[in-house]
Write a protein that binds this ligand. Structure first.
Ligand code: ADP
Length: 642
């Protein structure tokens, strides 16, 4: 049994309905079977510039242009005659203010108790935004399809380039060999004129080979096939082999070529061949674009956490407008014809890729007619405190007994970050590495017999001391461990991990003792890691105020911060090594600190779609800071580490 509503309840319901009709932005109307409007809401009338009451009794023909009314009437007739609704019918229309829009119309028939149609209720809604979104989505789909097509094409091009280059290499090598046979007079005597011709031919073959190699490199880069082979080297060694060659080349053009290398050893993890390629490319360019009587300086600087190489020349320079483009593929900007071989404009693009794959930066500064400075950085490796006091004491005791001692250090660089990256968990990783070591001992039971094993699982350090062993055995053992570790990482699909075996001197000894030790202490080190940093960096978003000497300062936003320096985004391109005063707001300590800094490295950011200004990531190294400010910085960083 249905309960009758009280008058008050009815009034209440009516009020709710009225509120609904007054405030909903959609147009709502009720029509009878003749198409006459019997009730409309505020939005309906407002669209016509009328009050709801003024619309009642009218038909669409009274209030709309006849064409439109006709269309609406057709839909009304359909609903009234068939008793079926029309739902979400999208049409283009024009708003009362003349703006084109899209509307969605829904018309639902109303029935009496006997099931006869008595009229309809209609709702019309502006869906322009929805349609715009849908159109955007459709456009995006189309763009994505095109992009995929372009990517496929690009891949095809890369593969084609790679295949062709490979095919060209072999016959070229054969031609070179054949020419050499003539040159060496293996196949008969030749005269000086002929020899001259052969030298020219050989030079051109070499040029061709360089071009082919560059094409292969570019196709490897595009196909993401460029892999690095890390090893631990003394960075200064990299310049030794090629120095004579480049000095000879420079002499031919009467250019002064100077090397400014640090006296200290710089141990660094890099792909030696690839980094030599970068250095050679920069020096070759400097030689190519510097006229007679010019000067070229190759310098190496130790930064706090990186090594920086600079190649400076007094050559033709690069106009400012072209500078941001020179690291792109196939870009050549030299205006006048330079003597010597013309390249493809790939050298710097390849150099950029190699450097960035090493987590370094590469950039250039230049002034047309004055000269150019090219720089690149590579992360440095720190060997401080690998040996702890307890280990040192053990070694000392053994050595005092007159035994030769071999020490293997297996060190996972930046252990915490590393475990996070590979997602195994430090406990599991430690266990796995320990079992790799154990499996090694199975092959060398004699080593096991004498070994002293020291591990610092928390920091990813393992040391094994082998007294009274033979060098050969220890080296083979090291190689075995290295290979097994490598396989282990490969199995876990962890790429770009460097695992290297290096022999280091023993830096932490007192002077007199050291010489004594050197005779019978042998240290082998195995390093594993993904990234090496001396100062822990944290992501840190705050404002930084930069003041340049004699210039207006500006405010920019930071990216990360460490005890060694700060990295920030800038639209201005700062000069390498420029001294800069900086103010930085510490978020947690709520204070402003100041420091004198220098521009250590620069990275040009890729342009985002629609962006038309360049942005640079700039690394500042702290040179000087007040004691109080330094303290604040240390405390601030501590708060973030915890
Ligand atoms: P290329 O094979 O043309 O030398 P690179 O990628 O090595 O290709 O260099 C790209 C362009 O950058 C060069 O064509 C030249 O215009 C400019 N460039 C590179 N190094 C220098 C330099 N030391 N001095 C002046 N211009 C340079």
């Amino acid at each position: 049994m249905t309960k009758r509503l009280t008058y008050k309840e009815l009034l209440n319901y009516y009020q709710l309905f009225q509120d609904f009709m007054d405030h909903i932005p959609d147009v709502i109307y009720f029509k009878d079977t003749k198409g006459r409007l019997i009730l409309v809401n505020a939005a309906h009338a407002k669209g016509l510039g009328l009050k709801p009451k003024e619309v009642v009794g009218k038909t669409d023909f009274d209030i709309f242009p006849s064409q439109r009314a006709e269309r609406m009437n057709k839909d009304d007739q359909y609903v009234l005659k068939t008793g079926k609704p029309i739902i979400d019918k999208i049409e283009r229309g024009t708003r009362p203010d003349g703006v084109d829009n899209y509307v969605s119309t829904t018309k639902i028939p109303r029935f009496d108790k006997k099931g006869r149609v008595t009229g309809l209720v209609g709702v019309t809604r502006d869906v322009t935004k929805r349609m715009q979104l849908e159109r955007l989505r459709e456009e995006r789909k189309q763009i994505e399809k095109k992009l995929q097509m372009l990517e496929d094409l690009n891949k095809l091009k890369s593969e084609f380039l790679s295949a062709v280059s490979h095919e060209l290499r072999t016959p070229l090598a054969i031609i070179k060999q054949l020419l050499l046979l003539i040159y060496d007079e293996t196949v008969g005597e030749i005269n000086d004129k002929q020899r001259e011709v052969l030298v020219k031919a050989k030079e051109n073959i070499e040029r061709l080979k360089r071009i082919i190699d560059q094409l292969l490199d570019i196709s490897a880069i595009e196909g993401k096939r460029l892999k690095l082979n890390y090893s631990l080297v003394n960075f200064n060694e990299l310049f030794k082999d090629s120095q004579d060659f480049f000095k000879e080349q420079a002499k031919k053009k009467n250019i002064r070529l100077k090397y400014d290398l640090p006296k200290k050893e710089i141990n660094i993890f890099i792909d030696v061949e690839r980094v030599i390629q970068v250095i050679s490319n920069l020096i070759e360019n400097a030689l190519k674009y510097t006229e007679e009587n010019g000067q070229i300086i190759v310098e190496v600087d130790m930064l706090e956490t990186k090594v920086r190489v600079g190649v400076h020349d007094t050559g033709i320079g690069i106009p400012k407008a072209h500078l941001p483009k020179i690291f792109e593929k196939f870009v050549q900007v030299a205006e006048k014809d330079t003597p010597g071989a013309k390249g493809l404009g790939l050298g710097l693009a390849i150099a950029k890729e190699i450097v960035e794959k090493h987590s370094g930066e590469i950039w250039a500064e230049s002034q047309a007619g004055v000269g150019s400075k090219f720089y690149f950085t590579l992360p440095r490796f720190f060997t401080a405190d690998i040996l702890e006091k307890s280990i040192k004491d053990k070694i000392r005791n053994l050595l005092n007994q007159g035994a030769p001692v071999y020490l293997i250090n297996l060190l996972i660089v930046n252990f915490q970050e590393f475990t996070r990256r590979i997602g195994i968990g430090s406990q599991q990783l430690s266990r796995d590495l320990k079992s790799i070591l154990d499996s090694g001992f199975k092959r060398f039971p004699k080593l096991k017999h004498n070994q002293i094993f020291i591990s610092d699982i928390k920091h990813g350090k393992y040391s094994i001391i082998f007294p009274e062993s033979s060098e050969k055995r220890v080296v083979t053992f090291c190689e075995l461990i290295r290979n097994r570790t490598k396989n282990y990482f490969n199995k876990h699909k962890i790429e770009d991990v460097f695992i290297a075996l290096g022999i280091l001197s023993y830096p932490a000894m007192a002077k007199g003792v050291k010489e004594e030790f050197d005779r019978n202490l042998n240290i082998k080190e195995i390093y594993i890691g993904s990234e090496v940093r001396r100062f822990k960096r944290i992501n840190y978003k705050t404002d930084i105020q930069i003041s340049l000497p004699n210039e207006k300062g500006y405010v920019s936003s930071t990216i990360d911060l460490s005890l060694g320096g700060v990295c920030f985004l800038s639209q201005e391109l700062l000069k390498t090594d420029a001294k800069i005063k900086m103010k930085l707001f510490l978020l947690k300590k709520n204070t402003l600190i100041t420091a004198l800094t220098r521009v250590a490295w620069i990275r040009k950011m890729d342009l985002l779609p629609g962006e038309n200004f360049h942005r640079y990531k700039i690394g500042l190294e702290f040179i000087r800071m007040d004691r109080q400010d330094r303290k604040s910085l240390v405390q601030e960083l501590k708060l973030y580490y915890e």
